[in-house]
Structures are given as structure tokens and as C-alpha cells.
Design a protein around this ligand. Structure first.
Ligand code: GLC
Length: 476
């Protein structure tokens, strides 16, 4: 089967969040099937173009119509060492040769261009996929343009589309004038494109795609509910017949404490003793007190509201006064950066604020930490808890989305479960879950058993990739 995977980011080319990991690991897992042909399309961002470590070659170029504009689109490619997996990059310096991948006033136009160029490129590559798997609002126009402009062409007609929602908070909204001025869609598309007084790209993709999925089973239910759906619940409810939830995996070769070259000492589930050395290394590196007997709570997260940082803020004093160390890694909203900076200055031996995006440090924290905190208000899947478990760091999570699906609550009676959880979005419930986890930390034999169970959990793509194949096949 031929699969075109379209996304706005993928490691190692560009990553700002979990989507970047998924858009690398999932195509790779799909290409494990020798009968599959997988091609991933990304924008040719400045960061990719200017990175001398990446080897990218020119393939072709053409001009494409975008409403009244005629715009240049280049196609470049990178090989991956696998014959059946290729990355393509859509070039246009006006749109993508900028310092950041997102966050510009014309993002709508930029990704409209990208989406149309992906479809147009197929004629020039003379390669037509069976399935296009489009991800998030940046690629939401691919199924729309396919229907509106390409279905009349014989070669495009059999193509089926799966649209995956990685986060429903970001829908791609624009004024209604966008539909004809920028997209050049005929008048009869207006009703499909419009929602709640504006153009909503995600809504349109849900309507026109053959199937829709999201990144965990629980999130697939949650987004049919107003608390989680950011206004789209009725749309998702009406299309629930074609909606599925497939939980993300991680690249278990890349994230492997037995071989990870970035951590201080490698270790395995059979012999997790190396975790202690990693903890001491991290304490030293970050200027924390070097002690084995104090629990270390880590957070590796974008510092944005829906990650539950207001809960952390509400009980920050309690978190500092108890016997524990805290390590925060991530960047984001100023108010949260200030919060952690402030507490790190007040409690330098207990709290370390690293307001950076630093992959090596993150891995060292997964290796050295005891607990990882994810009190998210919403979490479509979450990858941090999966990586943490693989490194033997026990999750403390709110029961939502993928956190609910991957971290069943630990029961000290039966020794079943993988972490500590709380349900209500409440700061003291979170604090209580942290304290319950730390009570177990002070019971080394049982703590050790839980840690081993977490490390043994299979977070690979193995199972989920089969679910994607099933969805793809169901469309043909
Ligand atoms: C988004 C979601 C996150 C998910 C990731 C990959 O970043 O917020 O929960 O793991 O996409 O699907």
C-alpha cells in the first residue's frame, strides 16, 4: 500500500512538540512492512534548509494556482536509508524561509500553499498514494483541496484520506473572506468551511475526510464533549461514525536507557541500579543537593496552560516545603517561566528551572528522575509519560486522554497499575497523588517492583501501527 503522510513537523528535521515525534516514528513503523511505500511531506523550513547536517536534494519545481496567485513550489527530498520511506520538502522561501515554523499572521495562507503543493506534486512525481494521512490543522486543507480541485483527474480519484487530530485546541481559524480570497474555493464550499462565524479548517477536514482519528481512545470520546472540544463537539459527535482513537507509541530504539548515548550511565529493567548514578549526575549538574533518599519530581513540558501548570502554581509552596527535589525543563508562557525562575531562586538546592528546549537534558532527567508530573487539563496522548516509564520514572498524571489510557492507577494492594493518578482538575488532588507516589518511594522493594513494571510496558508502535493499517484498508 502507498501512504502519503503529511505533517507540519517531524524529527530530526524540525520539532516543536509531540507531533514531531509521531511524524517520524509512525512513518518509520509503517515502513517496517516491506509491502508499504511511505512518503512523508513537510514544509522546507529555514531550519531545515540551513542545517548542514541534513542532506537534501532537489527533485523538481512547478507553479501552482492559489486563488488569484500563481506561486512557485519546489520539491526536495531526503532519503532515510530505507527504500520504502522517503521525506519530501515543499519549498517556497517567501512562505517558509522564516525564523520560526509557526506564529505568523499569514499561517493560514502558508499552510494552504503547503497543502495544495503536496497534492500538485503528485503529478510531477508521477506517484499517487492509496491513502493520504493528513495531520492537524496545518494539513486540514489537503482533503478539502483533493475534493474541490483534484477529484476530476483520473489518477487522483481513488485516493482516500485520513485526518488525525493531535490537539483540538488548534483548529486553524480565519475570517470568512479567506475561503475565496486565499483558498480560491468556489462559493458552494462556504458551508463546509464555515463554523461559528469564521472559516475553520479542522472542521472542514472532519467533514470531508473518509476517516478521522485522534491519538488515544479516551480523547476520541472527550472531544465529543464541550469541556474538551473547544467548540467542535457537535461536529465530532455528528461524525463519530468515522472517528477512531489510536494511541501513540514512541520510537523505542531512540528512547532506550540501555543504549541512549546522551545519558550518564546506561541501564536496563533487569538491572536498574544505573538510575541512581544518573540521579546523582543530574543533581550535581543542576546544583541540587546530592542525595539518594529524597524523591526527584521532574516535569518535561511546554509551559502552556492546558498542561496543568496553574495547578502546580497553586500548590508551589507546598511542593517546595515537603522533602523533594523538582526539575522543570521546557519553554513557554512568560508567567510560568517566571514562576519556576522565582522558586528556583528561592530554593536553589531543591528546585531547578531549565527554561530551554534541550533534548539531552530531558533524557538525563528521564534517566535520573523518580517521578514525572503531568497534571494536564487536556492531553490528547502525551509522549512524556511513555518515555518516562521506559526510563523507569513513575508517572503522576491526571486521568485524561492518553494519560488515562496509558497510566492505569497503581493499587498497592494488588500491585497492579503503572502510576499515580487523580481525576478532578484540582491542585490538592494533584498534590495528594504526588504524596501517595512518594510514600511508595519510601518503600524500596515495592517501589522497585513498580519501576520495573513501568520499564517493561510496551510503548512501541507495534500495536497501533496495525490499527492504522486497518483504518487505511477500511477506506479502500
Ligand atoms: C499533541 C498533543 C499530545 C500528543 C501529540 C502527538 O502535541 O498535545 O498529547 O501526544 O500531539 O500526537
Amino acid at each position: 500500500m502507498k501512504v502519503l503522510f503529511a505533517a507540519s513537523e517531524a524529527t530530526p528535521y524540525l520539532k516543536t512538540g509531540g507531533l514531531g515525534d509521531v511524524a517520524a516514528a509512525l512513518p518509520k513503523a509503517l515502513s517496517d512492512d516491506p509491502d508499504a511505500q511511505v512518503r512523508v511531506f513537510l514544509p522546507y523550513y529555514k531550519a531545515i534548509k540551513d542545517n548542514p547536517q541534513l542532506s537534501v536534494q532537489y527533485v523538481t519545481h512547478f507553479f501552482l494556482p492559489l486563488s488569484w496567485r500563481s506561486v512557485y513550489a519546489g520539491v526536495f527530498q531526503a532519503t532515510t536509508g530505507r527504500d520504502n520511506l522517503t521525506y519530501y520538502f515543499i519549498d517556497n522561501e517567501y512562505y517558509f524561509y522564516r525564523d520560526q515554523p509557526y506564529g505568523y499572521y499569514d499561517d493560514g495562507e502558508r499552510f494552504a500553499f503547503f497543502s495544495k503543493a503536496v497534492l500538485e506534486a503528485l503529478q510531477h512525481l508521477d506517484w499517487y498514494p492509496d491513502v493520504i494521512h493528513a495531520n492537524d490543522w496545518q494539513c486540514a486543507l489537503i482533503p478539502v483541496f483533493l475534493r474541490a480541485f483534484y477529484m476530476g483527474l483520473e489518477a487522483y480519484r481513488p485516493i482516500r484520506t485520513l485526518f488525525t487530530i493531535h490537539n483540538i485546541e488548534y483548529q486553524g481559524k480565519a475570517p470568512n473572506s479567506f475561503v475565496d480570497e486565499c483558498l480560491g474555493l468556489p462559493e458552494d464550499w462556504r458551508a463546509t468551511m464555515e463554523y461559528d462565524g469564521c472559516t475553520n479548517l479542522m472542521k472542514a477536514a472532519v467533514l470531508v475526510s473518509d476517516r478521522v482519528s485522534t491519538v488515544s481512545r479516551t480523547y476520541a470520546h472527550e472531544i465529543q464533549n464541550p469541556y474538551y472540544a473547544h467548540g467542535l463537539h457537535e461536529v465530532l459527535r455528528a461524525h463519530s461514525y468515522k472517528l477512531s482513537g489510536v494511541v501513540n507509541g514512541i520510537d523505542t530504539q531512540q528512547f532506550d536507557p540501555a543504549h541512549d548515548p546522551m545519558i550518564h550511565v546506561n541501564y536496563t529493567a533487569q538491572d536498574p541500579a544505573g538510575k541512581g548514578a544518573n540521579k546523582r549526575f543530574l543533581q550535581q549538574k543542576l546544583g541540587l543537593e546530592v542525595r539518594d533518599d529524597v524523591p526527584m519530581l521532574i516535569m518535561v513540558t511546554r509551559l502552556v496552560g492546558h498542561k496543568g501548570l496553574d495547578l502546580v502554581q497553586a500548590v508551589m509552596d507546598d511542593l517546595m516545603w515537603d522533602e523533594r527535589q523538582m526539575v522543570v525543563i521546557g519553554t513557554g508562557e512568560g508567567q510560568y517561566e517566571d514562576l519556576f525562575r522565582h522558586y528556583a531562586a528561592r530554593f536553589p538546592h531543591k528546585m531547578s528551572a531549565n527554561l530551554v528546549f534541550d533534548d539531552a537534558l530531558a533524557r538525563q532527567a528521564y534517566a535520573g528522575g523518580d517521578l514525572v508530573l503531568m497534571p494536564s487539563k487536556q492531553e490528547p496522548c502525551g509522549l512524556t509519560q511513555l518515555i518516562a516509564m521506559r526510563y523507569g520514572t513513575v508517572p503522576v498524571v491526571r486521568e485524561t486522554g492518553g494519560l488515562y489510557d496509558t497510566v492505569p492507577p497503581f493499587n498497592p494492594e494488588t500491585m497492579q497499575g503503572r502510576g499515580f493518578t487523580f481525576k478532578t482538575y484540582n491542585a490538592h488532588d494533584m498534590l495528594d497523588a504526588v504524596r501517595r507516589a512518594e510514600a511508595l518511594f519510601r518503600d524500596p522493594p515495592r517501589w522497585d517492583a513498580l519501576r520495573r513494571a513501568d520499564m517493561a510496558y510496551d510503548s512501541s508502535w507495534g500495536h497501533s501501527v496495525q490499527e492504522y493499517w486497518q483504518i487505511y484498508r477500511s477506506m479502500l
